[in-house]
Design a protein around this ligand. Structure first.
Ligand SMILES: [Mn+2]
Length: 321
């Protein structure tokens, strides 16, 4: 399944590893898992972790490398966890001699010469761990296993999403052989600051609940300012809506300001209904039950809500006939 991947890695004297914008722990975990392993295995090669955005949990992942254009031109670029070319953090990936995509997103775009896309894998970290397991027999060094395990935890919401499989758990078991401290990793990944805790209270009280089973909330720049939370932290609180029996779909829209232009980026989640094709129509995409929309006006966001409501009603109707 990884035909030719090791060969390309062995051939390349320089390897630049990219991931998506606003990286989550799957993007960062797969990037740093792979980069750390490559550095250990090939000490004479030049291996770089690319990207300009700082993502979630900046204290848990090293800062990206600063790399010149010329270096990228001579390199093999490996792009992780990124469904479309526009979302690659640092568009200079396109300068590379050879581009390889490794990802688990459905509805992806092809922008590399080689691709290893496995839609049924729950996380890109699952794919990277599987690749490393196929080339390294013994347990991975602890820090590498930790990076990969963190991506598994986030993308599967602690092994609770639909795409968690026997394979995911087998890979988790492989990583666990590296003496992982599960409680410490969970605490580092999911504990919140008291500011975020208070912000969650705000969100819960200001959630709009549609009778069809859809819950949503808008978070304005002013709200984030008042509670002292960043857009990234605010976005993470989408998990507060999970685990409510009556919610089929839930959405959180976070306001951004780019050069005076204000718009909302939204996260859509569902229990079972597909939401990624709706997200796709609004400059976004993602997984069947976890997707994102970009740069929406409030009016557009409300249309998205309406479309999701319609879909819930259709699904309920199909269930009863
Ligand atoms: Mn992912």
């Amino acid at each position: 399944m990884f035909d030719g991947l090791l060969h390309e890695i062995e051939k390349a004297p320089i390897i630049c590893v990219f991931r998506h914008l606003i990286p989550d722990a799957d993007a960062l975990g797969s990037q740093w898992g792979l980069v750390s392993w490559l550095r250990l295995k090939y000490p004479t090669k030049k291996i770089y972790a690319m990207g300009r955005h700082v993502g979630v949990k900046p204290e848990m992942f090293p800062a990206p490398d600063v790399v010149e254009d010329d270096t990228i031109c001579d390199s093999l670029a490996i792009v992780l966890d990124t469904a479309n070319s526009k979302r690659v953090d640092d568009q200079r990936y396109s300068l590379a001699k050879m581009i390889i995509q490794i990802d688990h997103h459905p509805l992806h775009e092809t922008f590399g010469q080689k691709k290893y896309i496995f839609e049924h894998r729950a996380a890109t970290c699952e794919i990277i761990a599987e690749f490393l397991e196929s080339v390294v027999v013994k347990p991975l060094p602890k820090h590498i296993a930790e990076y990969l395990y963190m991506g598994l935890l986030t993308d599967t919401l602690k092994f609770s999403t639909n795409n968690t499989s026997a394979h995911t758990l087998r890979i988790a078991a492989y990583l666990a052989q590296s003496d992982l401290n599960f409680s410490k990793l969970n605490e580092e990944m999911f504990s919140v600051s008291s500011k975020e805790y208070k912000f969650s209270n705000y969100l819960r009280t200001n959630t709009i609940i549609e009778p069809c089973g859809l819950a949503y909330s808008f978070v304005t720049l002013e709200m984030m300012e008042e509670y002292g939370v960043s857009a990234n932290d605010a976005k993470e609180r989408i998990t507060d809506f999970g685990g409510v029996r009556d919610f089929e779909v839930w959405a959180l829209f976070i306001e951004h300001n780019e050069n005076g232009r204000r718009f909302f980026n939204g996260s859509l989640r569902s229990k079972s209904i597909a939401v990624n094709d709706i997200a796709h129509q609004y400059r976004g995409g993602g997984h069947r039950n976890a997707a994102a929309v970009k740069e929406c006006s409030k009016e557009e966001a409300l249309i998205i809500i309406e479309k999701c409501c319609l879909r819930i009603k259709e699904a309920k109707h199909n269930d009863t006939v």
